[in-house]
Design a protein around this ligand. Sequence first.
Ligand SMILES: NC(=O)c1ccc[n+]([C@@H]2O[C@H](COP(=O)([O-])OP(=O)(O)OC[C@H]3O[C@@H](n4cnc5c(N)ncnc54)[C@H](OP(=O)(O)O)[C@@H]3O)[C@@H](O)[C@H]2O)c1
Length: 330
Amino acid sequence: MERRRIGATALEVGAIGLGCMPMHWAYTASQQSGEGALRTVHAALDAGVSLLDTADMYGPFTNELLVGRVLRQRRSEAFVSTKCGLLVGEQHIVANGRPGYVKRACDASLRRLQTDVIDLYQLHRPDPEVPVEETWGAMAELVAAGKVRALGWCAIGARTQRRSGAGLYDATVRQLERVQQVFPVSCVQAELSVWSREALDTLVPWCASRGVGLLAAMPLGNGFLSGTLTPGQGFEPEDIRARHPRFTAEMMAANQPIVAGLRRVGRRHGATAAQVALAWVLAQGRHVVPVPGTKKAQWAVQNAAAAELRLGEEDLAEIAALPRALGSWD
Ligand SMILES: NC(=O)c1ccc[n+]([C@@H]2O[C@H](COP(=O)([O-])OP(=O)(O)OC[C@H]3O[C@@H](n4cnc5c(N)ncnc54)[C@H](OP(=O)(O)O)[C@@H]3O)[C@@H](O)[C@H]2O)c1
């Protein structure tokens, strides 16, 4: 598989990663958290994937434990990216960016991951109660201590920070500029897919100009872009798509032309809609690494194969002309 560099670091990963989240979090309806999930991670590594994206809060903790079982056997083949700064409470998820907490969280992640170093340690969400420089300074100390190789920033919470009239990632870029003064940001994780392209306006170019990598989260539009979900199929209450404005029966039906367009492009290449969706993300810049999430080994292998798919000018123009997605959080 093609290799891509994480920002300005010397660290390289397979161009397509594996998002481990669906095995224990957010897609609870069809959770597959036992041996099947283990097989999926192994299958991804066998297919040339190296970046395994997890977080302490997925589970909580069980997702890191699973990745740790794989790392114990195959540490040299894997690049582990995990996250800190969100705590799962009884009712709510809360941010904790206090320096002492961040350091304890890192030690706990290292234990669960059965490794002595985390390749990419990401701040899951900034804590509004703690100046970001303090949190980031504590994370920088983890690099100095040799527990972490590089630092990453998650911009997935950008919607909650947005001011009316402002671009989705304006506040994120301001925070990134602040923390860059403390310690280099090697990578930003943000939603980027054929149906969620806002990151292309400011964030993706900002990363390119600063030598920062971009991990594309939700590159398959939470599964929609694969074309395997049926409008009106319904989701278990715990599944994030049960509350997602694009996953009502009406919006799923209205957005079918996007899937049809991906299938059309795929037919020219003998590729699935999911593979075209991933190849489109790869085409957004050499600094971009998609991390499709799945619990199924066959899909992990299919997604990894998308790294071989090169979309041409005609393909990219056709995807650019697809209708904008309907169903908005705003
Ligand atoms: N930093 C953050 O706050 C944050 C937030 C969201 C996501 N992320 C990261 O980004 C990763 C990817 O996001 P995501 O998992 O939410 O969304 P995604 O990758 O867009 O889609 C995942 C969904 O697509 C399905 N799928 C995967 N490959 C498929 C294929 N080839 N054909 C058909 N369906 C397929 C999966 O089904 P199954 O589950 O049935 O396999 C899963 O339901 C996560 O795993 C996580 O690592 C980070």
